[in-house]
Design a protein around this ligand. Structure first.
Ligand code: PFF
Length: 483
């Protein structure tokens, strides 16, 4: 293990530059890229949405990624400790607590959805097609795979930063990439694939409106794992010699590449089979198995696809569990294994109502709160949507106005000396970044937050940060299944 920062040696540290990039990209790449990105793109006009999404990633997401990584590395702490150690007052320390809560509570339902991907992989292997709504309402089928998924997550996290997360990410990420390329080749060689390519690649700019921009920004936050305090934690394991700027860019690029590739996997196939790209959240779980079923040796492609989705979800759930665990490790360095097990088991228990909220239990399925119906949707609205956007806003205010960009720039310069050197037109990258953090990010994020609260929406539905669980609505399934 690299012990460059001896004071932090008990917390663990990334053993190599690649280790950090793999783990952070593994966190970022998840259900959000492979399942959610294609359907949100399909609902928001195809190619034009993709362009807006790219702008959101690189103009808002990446500056915030640097905020989290520099705060994490400067403090060498988990999100709560990071605010405390850098002089943040109570509102910011509470923001740190909200980070731990967001990661923990999102894990409770992300694991449920990830469990479904395991069942779907198995159903492809056994060539026994699952009817989505029937499957999700059968608690006896859903709970065991959820448990398996959480157990895998606990196992990897308890092994520690280098032995666990880093080692597994190095194996899982390339595997994921290879699997995607195989499916893309198949998808692109289907008859009629060009229609899908056209939809995905030639933008119709008239489709861009306020809602599309806000949906794109929401998708960028969700997908990059920005605004969860996660990158604070991962930054805290980063040696000073590593370059936050280029590492962050690698992570954002890898995340974006996987999302874009997911589109190449989905759209040609959807169009080749005459299906609706705007079918909504059911796209992955309902539509694609039908697509696979119509391919020669389709079950092979189906199995690869759902294994891929499980792998991507696992590298994300690892990071979600890591955030609360790092909090306990900071309190007592020997506590990693015990806290991974305890936090993981509690996440499983709290996730049971989510697992039962898609028909398994009438009570949990019909619960209403925050304009959402069903326990899983409510958890997502509160923790996966509102909390996340709020944390992003607080982070940009904190670094822009309290801790000050100069402190972050000093941290970023270690390992990236050119950050504050004038490059183009006498302007240094650090100056541009500081402007974004002080002004652009807080303003844009405030707009997203207001949208999520329903201020701009004509119809009160559509949160800025839709979610893994929306796919589970029985109506969606019914309609998608009948396509
Ligand atoms: N970025 C992940 C995805 O796209 O699925 C979701 C995520 C994982 C968010 C881990 C936050 C996190 F800590």
């Amino acid at each position: 293990m690299n012990n460059q920062d001896s004071s932090e040696e008990n917390r663990g540290q990334w053993g190599s530059k690649l280790g950090f990039i793999m783990a952070a990209a593994g966190s970022a790449v998840g259900l959000g890229n492979i399942w959610r990105f294609p359907y949100v793109t399909g609902e928001n006009g195809g190619a034009a949405f993709v362009l807006v999404y790219l702008a959101c990633v690189f103009f808002i997401g990446v500056p915030l990624l640097y905020v989290e990584l520099s705060l994490g590395r400067a403090s060498g702490r988990n999100p709560v400790g990071a605010f405390k150690k850098t002089g943040g007052g109570l509102p910011f320390i509470l923001t740190g607590v909200l980070c731990l809560m967001a990661c923990f509570f999102v894990l409770t339902y992300y694991g449920v959805i990830a469990g479904w991907t395991i069942s779907y992989a198995w159903s492809e292997v056994t060539q026994s097609s699952l009817v989505f709504s029937e499957y999700t309402s059968n608690t006896a089928s859903v709970l065991p795979v959820f448990a398996v998924f959480i157990a895998l997550t606990i196992w990897i996290v308890s092994a520690g930063v280098e032995k666990g997360i880093e080692k597994w990410s190095k194996i899982l990420m390339p595997l994921l990439f290879v699997m995607m390329v195989v499916i893309i080749v198949r998808s692109l060689t289907l008859d009629g694939a060009e229609k899908g390519l056209k939809y995905y690649l030639s933008p119709d700019f008239s489709k861009i409106n306020g809602k599309v921009v806000l949906m794109a920004l929401g998708q960028a936050f969700f997908s990059l794992s920005v605004g969860w305090g996660l990158m604070i934690t991962y930054g805290s394991y980063m040696p000073k010699s590593q370059n936050i700027v280029t590492n962050g860019l690698w992570v954002a690029s890898a995340d974006t590449l996987v999302a874009i590739l997911a589109g190449f996997m989905v759209f040609p196939a959807v169009f080749a089979f005459g299906m609706d790209p705007g079918a909504g959240p059911g796209l992955t779980f309902v539509t694609l198995p039908k697509v696979f079923a119509q391919m020669p040796a389709g079950w092979v492609f189906g199995t690869i696809f759902f294994c891929l989705l499980s792998v991507a979800a696992l590298t994300s759930s690892i990071s979600m569990l890591e955030v609360p665990v790092s909090y306990f490790v900071d309190k007592k360095s020997s506590a990693r294994k015990k806290s991974a097990i305890i936090v993981g088991i509690v996440a499983f228990l709290i996730g049971i109502p989510s697992a039962m909220s898609k028909g398994g239990s009438e009570f949990f399925s019909n619960l209403e709160f925050f304009g959402k119906t069903g326990f899983l949707d409510i958890m997502d609205q509160v923790f996966g949507t509102l909390a996340l956007i709020f944390i992003s806003l607080m982070l940009s205010i904190y670094v822009g106005w309290v801790w000050k960009p100069a402190s972050a720039i000093k941290e970023i310069e270690e390992g990236c000396p050119w950050f504050s050197k004038p490059l183009v037109g006498g302007i240094a990258p650090s100056q541009v970044w500081a402007f974004f953090i002080k002004y652009i990010c807080p303003i844009v994020i405030s707009l997203v937050l207001l949208n999520a609260l329903g201020i701009f929406s004509e119809k009160e539905s559509e949160p800025a940060e839709p979610t893994p669980e929306e796919q589970t609505s029985p109506e969606d399934n019914a309609s998608s299944e009948s396509q």
